[in-house]
Design a protein around this ligand. Sequence first.
Ligand code: SF4
Length: 326
Amino acid sequence: MMEPLLKVENLKKYFPVRGLLRTIGYVKAVDDVSFTINRGETFGLVGESGCGKTTTGRTILRLVEPTSGKIIFNGKDVTKIRGEEMKEFRRRAQIMFQDPYSSLNPRQTVFEVIMEPVRFHGIPVDDPEEFVIKLLESVGLNEMHLYRYPHEFSGGQRQRIALARLLALKPEFIVLDEPTSALDVSVQANILNMLKDLQKKYGFTYLFISHDLGVVKYMSHRMGVMYLGKLVEVGPAEKIFENPLHPYTQMLLSAIPVPDPDLARELKAKRMNVEGEPPSPINPPQGCHFHPRCPFAKAGLCDKKEPPLIEVEKDHYVACWLYAKS
Ligand code: SF4
C-alpha cells in the first residue's frame, strides 16, 4: 500500500498560561493527536469551537511550533526542518483561511497578490500576465479581474483569488480552515464544488477543518472528531455518519438541524440530548474529558482513566470505555 502523504504522530501543542511571575498552567490545545492522510484524500476535522482543530492544522504546517510529536510529510520528518527545506515545505503545504479578506493585502492588485509568492519561491514564469490569467480562469475569474483590488470583490470571489494564489505554487497538501463558513450558502456550494474539482484535476490532499458536519460529510473521505484537544473518533466519513460510535459524535450529529418537520419529529425521540458546554482546556476533567457531559459515563472508570483510541471495526477508531477493555 502507498505511504500516506501525511502522518501525524502524538502531536501536542500546549500554550502556557502566564500568571504574574510564572507559568500557572497550560492550554492543551492539541493533546497527543495521531492520524494519517493519504494522497488525494480529504480528511475532515470536526468539533465544537475551541476543540483544537484549527491549532492542529496550523501546527502541522508549522505556523505554530509543536510542543512535541512528529509531522511526517512525504516520508520526511518536517517537525524540525529549517532554511531551504522549510521554504520548500511551505510551498508544498499551503493553507486557505476562513476570512480571505484578512489574508489578501488590500494594497495589492490581484496580479500582485498572486505573483508575490511565486517570486518569493523563485518559480520560473515566462509570461506572468498570461500565467495569472490562466490561474484566474481555473477558479472561475477572468482577465478583467487582473488589476482590481481585493475590496472590489465579494467574499466568494476573494476566496477564489486566495485559491488561485495557492494553485500558483503547485502545492500537494492544503489545509482548508473553515474555507466557506464566512460565505452565503449558495456561494459555499460553488466553492466546495470547485475544491472537489481541483482535487480531481491536480490530485490535491486536503485537511478540511469545519464545525459544520454537513459540509464535512460532503467533502471528506475520512474524518476525525476532536474534543478538548483529543481525537475521540476517526474513520471513513460515511461510516461515522451512518453509525457514530462515540457519545460525543452522536451528540454532534443529533444537533444537525433537519429541514423536514415530520422527520424532525420522528428523530426527536432518538436524538441525544447532552447538556452543558465543553470544560476549560486549561484544566480538563480527569479520565475521559467528555465524562461530565456524557449520559453513559461510568463512575469510577470514565472519571479516572483516559480511554485509548482503539479500532472497533475496520478502519473505525473510537476512544470510549464502552468499546474498550478497562
Ligand atoms: Fe462516555 Fe465513558 Fe465513553 Fe467517555 S469513556 S464517552 S464518559 S462512556
